[in-house]
Design a protein around this ligand. Structure first.
Ligand code: FES
Length: 235
């Protein structure tokens, strides 16, 4: 076991535990975004930063292992300010159309904003290119809402073993897409939907049954596959 202190509380946790898990298991909340228990720990968003005595830089708690004798503070002015700025930077390149977004009221960015009490961003700068991929009959991908947490990439590659989604390009050009930047409908995606399940925003969503039919009405030349559930025989 490892002995450490978080916010003045003495804790003992198993060796190998991250700071975030040590805190969670002992009822201490550290706001986080890209981390998903047992699925994804990449340190991408840095929203989970904490102050560790003796360390100059703030540490991302979801990827930092708890060490013997560590003294950690999760809610200092420096930590709160870093979280606020990180959140504002994230929001500066995110659409503000929550009211018409399918994830409204069950969006992890909205939840985080409420938790840290920041709703808006002071920053207005460059924006990522917005592109909507509705080439798949089952999944719609909206890059403008993607925060590049890469949960979907982990699930697609390491858990489902399908290997379709990956990050492409860098900086403002960076997106999550099918291999060779192909639209989803042109890949061998199995439409398992697990990427949709783990997406924290509305970047990946299921297409409803009516959407492909609507597409066919709008573009009769397009080949539309509508999958229906097998008939169930009632005895
Ligand atoms: Fe730790 Fe995103 S939650 S870096």
């Amino acid at each position: 076991m490892i002995n450490l202190t978080i916010n003045g509380k003495a804790l003992a946790v198993p060796d190998g535990t991250t700071i975030l898990e040590a805190a969670k298991d002992n009822g201490i909340n550290i706001p986080h975004l890209c981390y998903l228990k047992d699925v994804h720990q990449s340190g991408a968003c840095r929203m989970c930063v904490v102050e560790v005595e003796g360390m100059k830089n703030l540490q991302a708690s979801c990827i930092s292992q708890a060490k013997e004798g560590m003294v950690i503070h999760t809610n200092t002015g420096r930590v709160r300010n870093a979280r606020k700025v990180l959140f504002e930077l994230l929001m500066s390149d995110h659409p503000k159309d929550c009211l018409i977004c399918s994830r409204n009221n069950h969006c992890e960015i909205q939840d985080l904003g409420e938790q840290i009490q920041v709703q808006n961003s002071r920053f207005e700068g460059s924006k990522s290119k917005s592109s909507l991929d509705n080439s798949s009959w089952a999944i719609e991908k909206d890059d403008s809402k993607c925060i590049l947490c890469k949960r979907c990439v982990t699930v697609c590659n390491e858990i489902q073993g399908v290997g379709i989604l990956n990050t492409q390009n860098r900086g403002f050009e960076a997106t999550v897409a099918g291999g060779l930047d192909l639209p989803l409908g042109e890949t061998v995606c199995t439409n398992c939907g697990q990427c949709v399940t783990v997406c924290p925003t509305g970047a990946l969503k299921e297409r409803d049954a009516i959407t492909p039919v609507w597409d066919a009405i709008m573009d009769p030349k397009k080949v539309v596959v509508v999958q229906t559930a097998p008939a169930v025989r009632v005895a």
